[in-house]
Ligand binder design. Structure first.
Ligand code: NDP
Length: 292
C-alpha cells in the first residue's frame, strides 16, 4: 500500500491468525460457569488465554466432583476446568474458578488483585454475570428491583473498575467487555422486563463513559448485545410459558433463538489485537431481531 500511495497511513502487517490469538494473556470472566459466560471462557481459553471464571460460590469448596459432573455435560475441555478448579494447575490448565459475588466491591477488587499478583497481568475482563426477573412495572417489588440493579449494573461496574485498576497499575493495554443485551435498546413488549431493560441500558452508557475515560491509558471498553439466547436464564423464563419460545422465534428473521456458542467469535475478536481500534462500541448479535 505504501508503494501505491505514499501518503497512506502506515499499517502494521501481521498474520490475521496471530491477531486473534491470546497466548500468555490473562482473562477474567464473571458468570463463567454456565450459559454464555461458559462458552466465552472456553473460546478465550482455546485462543490461548489463561481464563479465571468468577462466580457465586455455587459449589462447596471441597465438592469438585459436582463441578466435574456439571461441566462434563458441556465440553471436552472439562478436565482442564476441574484441574484448575481443584487448584492443581498444570501447564495445560487454562481455566481456574474463583468464587465471589460481583455486588461486593471490595471482594471483587480483592479477586482481581489476587489474579494480578498470581499471574503478573490482567489483559481481558468480561463482565457477564447477570440475572433476569420479570414483573409488571406497577407491581415491581422494590427489593427485587434493587437486587437486579445491584447485580446487573453495580456488579458490572465493580468488575470493570477492578479490572481497569489492575490494568492501569500494571500498564497493560487491556480490553474490557461488558455483556449488555438487545434489551438495553428495545422494550421487549409484553415481557415486563422494566428492571432488566433499565439495567442493560445503563451498561451501554457505562461502557461508552469508561471507554472515553480510559482511552488515554490504552484500555478499551466495549459491549456485546446478544438477542434471545437459549440458556438456563431464558429457559427458566420460557419453560412455564410453552408458546413463548415459538413466539420469540417468530419475532426474529432467522426464526430461532441464538445458541451461547454463537457469541464465541465476537468475544474473542474484542479480547484480541484484531480489534485494537474498537472502543466505546456495541456489538449486536441478535439474529437480526432489531432489523425485523
Ligand atoms: P445464566 O443464568 O445462564 O448465567 C448467569 C451467570 O451469572 C451464572 O454463572 C451466575 O452464577 C452468574 N451470577 C449471577 N449473579 C452473580 C453474582 N452476584 N456474582 C457472580 N456471579 C453471578 O445467564 P446467561 O448465560 O443467559 O446470561 C449471561 C449474561 O448475558 C447476563 O448478563 C445476561 O443478562 C446476558 N444476556 C443474556 C441473554 C439471553 O438471552 N440468555 C440475552 C442478552 C444478554 P450462578 O450460576 O452461581 O448463579
Amino acid at each position: 500500500a505504501a508503494i501505491l500511495n505514499p501518503n497512506a497511513c502506515p499499517s502494521v502487517h501481521r498474520s490475521i491468525f496471530s491477531d486473534f490469538a491470546l497466548p500468555g494473556r490473562v482473562a477474567v470472566i464473571t458468570g463463567g460457569h454456565r450459559g454464555i459466560g461458559l462458552e466465552m471462557a472456553f473460546a478465550l481459553a482455546e485462543a490461548g488465554a489463561i481464563v479465571y471464571c468468577v462466580d457465586l460460590p455455587a459449589f462447596p469448596d471441597s465438592d469438585w466432583e459436582a463441578v466435574k459432573q456439571h461441566v462434563d455435560k458441556l465440553s471436552p475441555l472439562s478436565e482442564e476446568i476441574v484441574r484448575g478448579a481443584a487448584n492443581k494447575p498444570s501447564s495445560k490448565s487454562k481455566l481456574v474458578y474463583i468464587s465471589a459475588d460481583v455486588t461486593d466491591q471490595d471482594g471483587t477488587r480483592a479477586v482481581f488483585k489476587h489474579i494480578a499478583e498470581t499471574e503478573g497481568r490482567v489483559d481481558v475482563c468480561v463482565a457477564c454475570a447477570g440475572i433476569l426477573r420479570s414483573a409488571e412495572c406497577l407491581e415491581y417489588p422494590g427489593d427485587e428491583f434493587r437486587k437486579l440493579i445491584d447485580i446487573n449494573v453495580n456488579g458490572v461496574f465493580f468488575t470493570a473498575q477492578a479490572a481497569a485498576r489492575q490494568m492501569v497499575r500494571l500498564g497493560i493495554p487491556g480490553s474490557i467487555i461488558l455483556i449488555a443485551s438487545m434489551s438495553g435498546s428495545i422494550a421487549n413488549r409484553g415481557q415486563n422486563f422494566v428492571a432488566y431493560n433499565t439495567s442493560k441500558s445503563a451498561v451501554l452508557q457505562m461502557a461508552r463513559s469508561m471507554a472515553c475515560e480510559l482511552a488515554p491509558q490504552k484500555i478499551r471498553v466495549n459491549t456485546i448485545s446478544p438477542g434471545y439466547i437459549l440458556t438456563d436464564m431464558t429457559k427458566a423464563y420460557l419453560d412455564p410459558q410453552p408458546k413463548l419460545h415459538a413466539e420469540w422465534s417468530s419475532q426474529n428473521p432467522m426464526d430461532r433463538l441464538g445458541r451461547p456458542d454463537e457469541l464465541r467469535g465476537v468475544v474473542t475478536w474484542l479480547a484480541s489485537d484484531a480489534s485494537t481500534y474498537c472502543t466505546g462500541s456495541d456489538m449486536i448479535v441478535d439474529g437480526g431481531h432489531r432489523a425485523w
